[in-house]
Design a protein around this ligand. Structure first.
Ligand SMILES: [Zn+2]
Length: 694
């Protein structure tokens, strides 16, 4: 609908809204209902969720407030009165709910007549209904609104009714024009309510969408423009964010000056009449005028001729739609390009320049109608998703993580960082790996901008990235991207919780820095981890930032196994909280083990020493020892695992012994067994502590 009439906003439901029919099987004679309004009103309009694919309603927050219902009632048929009554019930509910505050307007193809001369089952039901809810219609005589295509029959079944009898300024039924191929005539109600066209919000100003035609680029001019702009600036002296701004702008400016672009979205309807349709339209017009000059005599040969030509016009239009559908279908079937695939998706999504929903409901049951507010609601929703919550995390754990983070940061800050960390060759390689034909980021930049100027831009990016490494400051723009909420299957589109996010469209060159920072972080961390008490049991040789620790390699992904892995992960990362940790953060009066009261409760005491846990320990450690000695000799066991600290390492992170154990399979098995042992010890300790608390 918004493609046909882009100047208006709309609320539309179709026959297949709740049960989608493929684009290629669109049935005839089963359409939908739509309410359209000037875009300036949109902030005042609320689309009501009630109704069905035949009945829609909106409210307009104006003075006085209006509730407009549009209904496409079922056609008369055997037993159709049941369906007809159901629809009347739905309308009744809407009126009942809104009539105290709103002026009700019910409009549409009611498929029943209020004319006294008609008395089929629908007519009777409709008349009773109109009386029951006190709807008024202006006196308009018996002028028909419906002319049957096949025979001479006509009737009055399209109405605009209201619960106010003084609403109408003018009520009219339009003559059937020569171009109207529908069986219905337009019915118009001019009310005495005026709704001002609100001043357009500057944010809502429609920007013209364009597509950059890179294949028609003037590459030399593009490069020159970039260089000219960048040579005038002394980038390295500037702040990192400023540098990025200048580089981005130079790319965009050069593109605007040297690469043609075309407008992809025009105002006005997209549908254009083909020459064949135009000819038929003209013929209808000529015949209609001749017939109108004669005073539109019923049954005149000209009126029959008009009917025949309208039929041809209708057929031609339908045929062209079908051909259009088939053409794109064949294209998709015969070519497997991803561009065609995305065109199909866009086609089925409809016009994505408009959101399919008008209203978003927040968790606080607040209804948001403005795009600005809706964006904010989504931002809050995703922020909330990513923030740790007190009811899900224990504060102590979060605090420990923060302390670890600080320790790591401090290590990084103390490091001497080479100023030539990246070379131009690194940058050019990264640019070459970028994929083209992707949508641009929020500033309008895409891979093409860099690809066609890689030699010119590389020195500047090299300096910039080295600057980032040196200062350890990530530019603000590296952390932003376009978030596109995608509705989850079968979920309510008006609820923010119904959306999942797709990855922000982010350029790969940004991630290059992140990747290198991670490598750097990892090396530094490895060098330093031995001295970090919280990390001393983790095997940092195999530490890969961003890659899962084998503690997460769970083959049997049941809840129980995941729970075990969580406990093990805490032990590995040094965030498993024992009394010695609690005491460090003043959360416990003493660091002594509450189970045995014999010594400090640290990880070694918990895993190997506490006598209260010894039964559990023996049960689960013995099989580990047996398993390991099966794969290495008893001699090796004695020489390697004589020290307590090596046994702790074996339990916590067996990758320490990858040289000795060699096989990944063996290590996975040990990981599984030690995970079990840690978990059982943890549970035993927990149960005993609970019992002590009484
Ligand atoms: Zn103990």
């Amino acid at each position: 609908m918004s493609k046909l009439i882009p100047s208006l906003d709309n609320f539309t439901r179709c026959h297949d809204t709740s049960e989608p029919i493929s684009n290629f099987k669109a049935p005839r004679g089963q359409a939908g209902v739509s309410i359209l309004w000037p875009k300036q009103w949109s902030s005042k309009i609320k689309k009501l969720e009630v109704g069905n694919e035949r009945i829609i309603a909106i409210t307009i927050a104006t003075e006085p407030m209006l509730c407009i219902i549009n209904a496409y009632m079922p056609t008369i048929n055997t037993n159709s009165e049941i369906q007809y009554s159901e629809c009347l019930d739905i309308i009744f509910d809407i009126i009942e709910k809104h009539q105290s505050k709103y002026i009700i307007i019910l409009a549409g193809d009611l498929n029943g007549s209020l004319l006294q001369t008609r008395t089929n089952k629908h007519d009777k039901l409709l008349k009773e209904f109109v009386q029951e809810v006190s709807l008024f219609r202006p006196d308009l005589g018996n002028q028909p609104t419906f002319f049957h295509h096949a025979h001479h029959g006509s009737s009055q079944i399209d109405y605009i009714l209201s619960n106010r009898n003084n609403l109408s300024k003018k009520y009219s039924i339009l003559d059937k024009s020569y171009a109207n191929t529908s069986a219905h005539c337009a019915v118009i109600l001019h009310t005495n309510i005026s709704i001002p066209l609100l001043v357009r919000n500057t944010n809502q100003k429609k920007t013209i969408k364009t597509k950059v035609l890179w294949e028609q680029r003037d590459e030399e001019k593009y490069r020159e423009t970039i260089l000219n702009e960048l040579l005038q600036k002394d980038l390295p002296t500037l702040d990192i964010d400023k540098q990025i701004d200048i580089i981005s702008n130079s790319l965009l400016n050069a593109q605007q000056q040297s690469i043609p672009s075309k407008i992809t979205q025009l105002k006005g309807p997209k549908w254009k009449a083909t020459p064949e349709v135009t000819v038929l339209l003209r013929m209808c017009k000529v015949i209609y005028n001749k017939w109108a000059d004669l005073g539109k005599p019923i049954g005149h040969p000209l009126s029959l001729e008009l009917k025949i030509h309208k039929k041809k016009l209708r057929q031609r239009q339908r045929m062209e739609q079908a051909i259009d559908r088939n053409t794109i279908h064949n294209k998709i079937m015969n070519t497997s390009s991803s561009q065609m695939f995305h065109r199909l998706i866009r086609r089925n999504l409809g016009d994505n320049s408009q959101s399919a929903i008008n209203c978003i409901k927040t968790d606080e049951n607040e209804y948001l109608f403005l795009a600005k507010d809706q964006r904010k609601a989504f931002a809050n929703y995703y922020e909330d998703l990513s923030a740790p919550k007190p009811e899900q995390f224990d504060d102590l754990y979060v605090n420990l993580c923060k302390i670890r983070q600080k320790e790591m940061l401090k290590t990084l800050e103390d490091q001497e960082i080479p100023s030539d960390y990246f070379t131009s060759a690194d940058i050019i390689k990264a640019i070459e790996e970028l994929n083209m034909n992707k949508s641009p980021d929020e500033f309008g930049l895409c891979a093409e901008h860099l690809k066609f100027s890689k030699n010119e831009i590389a020195p500047y990016l090299t300096k910039l990235f080295n600057n980032i490494i040196e200062t350890l400051k990530t530019p603000g723009t590296f952390k932003t991207g376009i978030l596109f909420p995608v509705l989850k299957k079968d979920k309510d589109p008006s609820d923010v919780n119904s959306y999942r996010e797709t990855l922000p469209s982010k350029l790969k060159w940004k991630s290059l820095v992140t990747k290198h920072l991670n490598t750097y972080w990892q090396n530094t961390l490895r060098d330093d981890a031995e001295s970090k008490s919280t990390l001393k049991h983790m095997d940092t040789e195999h530490l890969l930032v961003g890659k899962n620790h084998p503690v997460w390699t769970i083959f049997d992904k049941t809840k129980a196994e995941v729970r075990k892995a969580i406990i093990k992960a805490r032990i590995v990362s040094g965030t498993f909280i024992l009394n010695s940790d609690r005491a460090k953060f003043n959360q416990a009066p003493s660091s002594v083990c509450q189970l045995c009261n014999l010594s400090e409760e640290n990880i070694s005491h918990f895993l190997l020493e506490c006598p209260i846990l010894s039964n559990t320990r023996i049960t689960y450690f013995q099989p580990i020892k047996t398993y390991v000695t099966q794969h290495i000799t008893a001699e090796v066991w004695h020489s390697v695992f004589q020290s307590k600290s090596n046994i702790i390492r074996l339990i916590i992170d067996c990758r320490h012994f990858s040289q000795t154990l060699r096989d990944d399979k063996i290590m996975n098995m040990i990981e599984t067994k030690t995970r079990e042992m840690c978990y059982k010890l943890y549970i035993k300790r927990l149960k005993l502590l609970e019992a002590m608390d009484g």
